[in-house]
Ligand binder design. Sequence first.
Ligand SMILES: [Zn+2]
Length: 162
Amino acid sequence: MTLAPGSVEKSGRACPLCQAVARSRAGEHPLFIAELDAAVLLLHEHQPLAGWSVLLLKDHAEHADLLADEVLARVHRDMIRAARAVRAATGCARVNYACLGNVEPHVHWHIIPRFAPPIDPEPRATVWTRPPEWLNRGVMPEQAAETIAKVRSALDVSSRGT
Ligand SMILES: [Zn+2]
C-alpha cells in the first residue's frame, strides 16, 4: 500500500496528496503548517472558516480501515494535536473531523473549526451542504500566512512537555 512520493496510483495518475507531502517536506508547499509524527498538517486551500486544515498521512494508503494499529494510534494523536492547535488559534466553538476519500483516496482528514453565525451560517449542519461558492472561495496569501502562524504557534505551545 505504500508508494514513494510522486509515484503512480493504481488508477494511473500521480497522487496529488503524495506530491503535497513531498512539497511540504521539501519546504516548498505554501500552505504547510507542520510535519507531525505520521502526518503532515496543511492549511486547506479554501478558507470559508479560518483555520480549516487538512492532515495528510505521510505514506500513501487509500483506506483508513486497513492501516496498522500502530499507524492509526500515531495519526490519531496527530489529529487531536492538530485540533487542539486549531481550536486554540481560532477560538472556534467546535472542531469537525472528516475522513472522506471520495475525491482524493490518499487517507487524509479535514479538521474544520466551526463557529456561531454569521461566520458559520449553519453550524449544526456539515460544511458539505454549503454552496460551492462558499466552500471554494480560496484564500488570500496574507490571510493564509496569518492563520498558519497562529496554528503553528499553538502547536508549539501544546507540544511543550510532551
Ligand atoms: Zn498518495
